[in-house]
Design a protein around this ligand. Structure first.
Ligand code: IMP
Ligand code: MG
Length: 172
């Protein structure tokens, strides 16, 4: 049996999301904000965050795949679902579930910049720091951890656990 150790309770997530939504609503007032969610993991976090924004906002999704030798990515990242909304001169906020090495997001930032947006910033539910390999700048994070393999609230292990309402560290 695997053990699930609580990292963020449902209440802590709610408070963190409300806080982020308030900041983002203030920072992007009078801007043309487009949230770009990274499928699949970010859809739960994005759905909650998005509904608490008090400004006009559009949403789109991309899907990234990486050929990994481990739990996350090996640096070989590609898109399996392209952006559909026009982001030229718009303010883009990437919404991600968890940033580990940072390689996926480095790839995604380059991809989005090719459409000439006005700005591209990053919002992640979890900033997981120990294995970071790039100097990617995270503008908004709900929570930071050093390490672990986290599941729940969108995060999966082999497609299981995404529906858990809280975030846990999975001890295999
Ligand atoms: P990165 O390119 O190493 O930053 O990988 C980020 C992606 O790897 C995330 O979007 C997740 O899909 C996956 N990932 C990394 N760490 C975890 C974890 O602890 N739990 C679940 N998925 C993870
Ligand atoms: Mg992801």
């Amino acid at each position: 049996m695997s053990d699930l150790i609580l990292v963020l309770s449902k209440e802590e997530i709610e408070a963190a999301v409300a806080n982020l939504a308030k900041k983002i609503s203030a920072d992007y007032r009078d801007r043309e904000l487009v949230l770009v969610g990274v499928l699949k993991g970010a859809f739960v976090f994005l759905a909650d965050l998005f509904r608490q924004l008090t400004i006009e906002v559009k949403v789109d999704f991309v899907r990234l795949a990486s050929y990994g030798i481990n739990h996350s990515s090996s640096g070989e990242v590609h898109l399996t679902k392209e952006l559909e909304i026009d982001i030229k001169n718009k303010d883009v906020l990437i919404v991600e579930d968890i940033i580990d090495t940072g390689l996926s997001l480095t790839f995604l930032v380059d991809y989005l910049n090719s459409f000439k947006p006005r700005t591209v910033r990053i919002c992640t539910m979890i900033d997981k720091r120990e294995r970071r390999e790039t100097d990617i700048r995270i503008d908004y994070a709900a929570h930071a951890v050093d390490k672990g393999f986290l599941v729940g609230y969108g995060l999966d292990h082999a497609e299981i656990y995404r529906n858990l309402p809280a975030v846990y560290d999975l001890k295999l």
